[in-house]
Design a binder for this molecule. Structure first.
Ligand SMILES: N[C@@H](CCC(=O)N[C@@H](CS)C(=O)NCC(=O)O)C(=O)O
Length: 264
């Protein structure tokens, strides 16, 4: 049995759950949700499972594996049927190049948007000592420093325009590719589609879908994945405890975000 440490709305956890559901694997859920500053909710030994203290982590055959993109490849290696990785070396490289964009900036950009629009308001409502403890324990210095800027400046954060620009670049690139291909790698649904789709859901949760309304191939791709049973089970059914806050703050921010999108 695969044990998964995760929480509802985390994009990194959503992609792992999506692959688990696509492969129809049985797994056991443990919720670890520190994203609203509740660092005390982290299980005692969690840093031995993931030195960064983040989710997801899976435990399989006694071994803990963090990092969602590594987990996707691990599951593919261990449970190759049905298969979500192409055969040829060239296609595998293409698949990994799409996935690489996540660790090359998109995941950080997604956090920037989240902190500027929502997390800063959630932290404001909490005991300041608790939030201090949360940041004292945060291992990733870049994440910590970016968060400080994004909490202080919100929609005026100097990091926000570039975060939006990165999404515009990625979504435009995906749309161009999808004009002539059914999926991101040739005509087979792969780990690349599974890894990236969660960011459309994330931006949509902020009511930002109008930004990419002219990217119809991307929109169609998103719709095709959203209609899959596995997606419903892995993403929609788990929901998002902060959905109303995302919607409310996303709507308030839309004019500014749209301007950042148009400026780039
Ligand atoms: N590169 C990591 C990123 C993991 C990550 O950022 N996890 C977030 C959720 S998407 C988390 O654990 N957040 C907890 C928090 O913010 O306190 C991966 O792909 O697994």
């Amino acid at each position: 049995m695969i044990k998964v440490f995760h929480y509802d709305r985390s994009t990194a956890c959503q992609r792992v759950r999506l692959l688990l559901e696509e492969k129809k694997l049985e797994w056991e859920s443990t919720i670890v949700d520190t994203a609203r500053g509740d660092i005390d909710d982290l299980p005692e030994n969690y840093y031995t499972l993931n030195p960064k203290g983040l989710t997801p982590v899976i435990i399989h055959e006694g071994k803990a594996i963090p990092e969602s993109l590594i987990i996707l490849e691990y599951l593919e290696d261990k449970f190759p049927t049905p298969c979500f990785r192409p055969d040829s070396a060239e296609d595998k490289a293409n698949m990994r190049l799409w996935m690489r964009k996540i660790d090359d900036g998109i995941h950080v950009a997604s956090r920037t948007i989240g902190v500027c629009l929502v997390n800063r308001h959630i932290y404001e409502e909490k005991d300041p000592d608790l939030i201090k403890k949360y940041y004292d324990k945060m291992k990733d210095e870049v994440r910590k420093n970016n968060d400080q800027v994004n909490i202080e400046y919100g929609l005026e954060s100097p990091l926000l325009p570039n975060a939006i620009a990165q999404f515009k670049k990625l979504f435009t690139e995906m749309d161009n590719h999808l004009k002539t291909h059914k999926w991101l790698v040739n005509d087979n649904y792969s780990l690349a589609d599974i890894a990236l789709v969660v960011y459309l859901q994330r931006l949509e949760s902020f009511m930002m879908a109008p930004l990419w309304s002219d990217l119809s191939y991307l929109d169609n791709w998103y719709e095709r994945i959203s209609n899959r049973n596995a997606y419903k089970k892995a993403v929609l059914d788990w929901g998002d405890i902060t959905a109303s806050k995302r919607k409310e703050n996303g709507l308030k921010a839309f004019k500014k975000i749209n301007q950042y999108w148009l400026d780039n």
